[in-house]
Design a binder for this molecule. Structure first.
Ligand SMILES: Cc1cc2nc3c(=O)[nH]c(=O)nc-3n(C[C@H](O)[C@H](O)[C@H](O)COP(=O)(O)O)c2cc1C
Length: 222
């Protein structure tokens, strides 16, 4: 059954060419400063900031507007400890058995290992789940569309919003991450995608000196 929907005027103000350029340059400067941080200060962050950033992530476009995402915010120490233990269990197996030699070489410069102290040190964890499928009002399993693309965009908005607000985050993937469904009590139609420790950086923390591909390498223009 098609549900009819009403239309409303678009809220939009056309900027001048100068303003367009100014805004795009300012945003680029801001984004160039985003870095993955692996050492956090224990200082708490305001709940409202985290919720605003998640609400911003929820403005993402999605296939058929099904919004196939769910975000879980964890501040509770015991739950963070449980998540750390489960993640370290998986990551120990990853480093010892599941990661290929090629992958180990590719991540060697990050100097990471199976230990994940940031999962307890960061004041907040945000777990992002994708709704791989949905259950409708009649308990029938229904397909969602372009779930990975939609949740990828929402996750990008989330890290952008956190960075814009002045917080740091670590995209962490201690795969397989099904343990998060159990610990965080999420239903089987939701699959964990990424886990973000979020907070302020530890004082004097360092980040690897990485180089981003230059524009010419990532763009083709006709
Ligand atoms: C999907 C995804 C998964 C990642 N998983 C991990 C992870 O499990 N552990 C980690 O330390 N970093 C992880 N990272 C962070 C990357 O190593 C980092 O983004 C990359 O080295 C570039 O550094 P930058 O974010 O500071 O630009 C992940 C990043 C992405 C996008």
């Amino acid at each position: 059954m098609n549900k009819s929907i009403s239309y409303q005027p678009l809220s939009y103000e056309k900027p001048s060419k100068e303003e367009l350029l100014k805004r795009s340059e300012a945003f680029l400067d801001l984004m160039k400063k985003r870095r993955t941080v692996r050492e956090f200060s224990p200082e708490p962050v305001p709940d409202e900031v985290i919720l605003n950033c998640i609400e911003a992530a929820g403005t993402a476009p999605s296939g058929a507007h099904l919004q196939p995402w769910h975000f879980v915010v964890v501040k509770n120490r015991e739950i963070k400890k449980e998540i750390r233990e489960a993640a370290e269990h998986e990551e120990r197996i990853n480093y010892e058995m599941r990661f290929s030699e090629n992958m180990k070489q590719d991540i060697a410069m990050l100097e990471t290992n199976f230990q994940k102290p940031f999962l307890e040190a960061a004041p907040v964890l945000i777990a992002v789940f994708k709704e791989s499928y949905r259950i409708d009002d009649h308990q029938v399993r229904r397909k969602n569309y372009y779930v990975n693309e939609s949740v990828g965009i929402a996750t990008g908005l989330l890290i952008t919003a956190l960075h814009y607000a002045g917080l740091v985050a670590l995209p962490h993937t201690p795969s397989p991450m099904r343990f998060l469904n159990k610990i965080l009590n999420r239903p089987a139609n939701e699959t964990p995608v990424i886990l973000f420790p979020v907070g302020y950086p530890k004082e004097d923390t360092t980040v690897p000196e990485l180089h981003r591909k230059p524009l010419e390498e990532i763009v083709t223009r006709f």
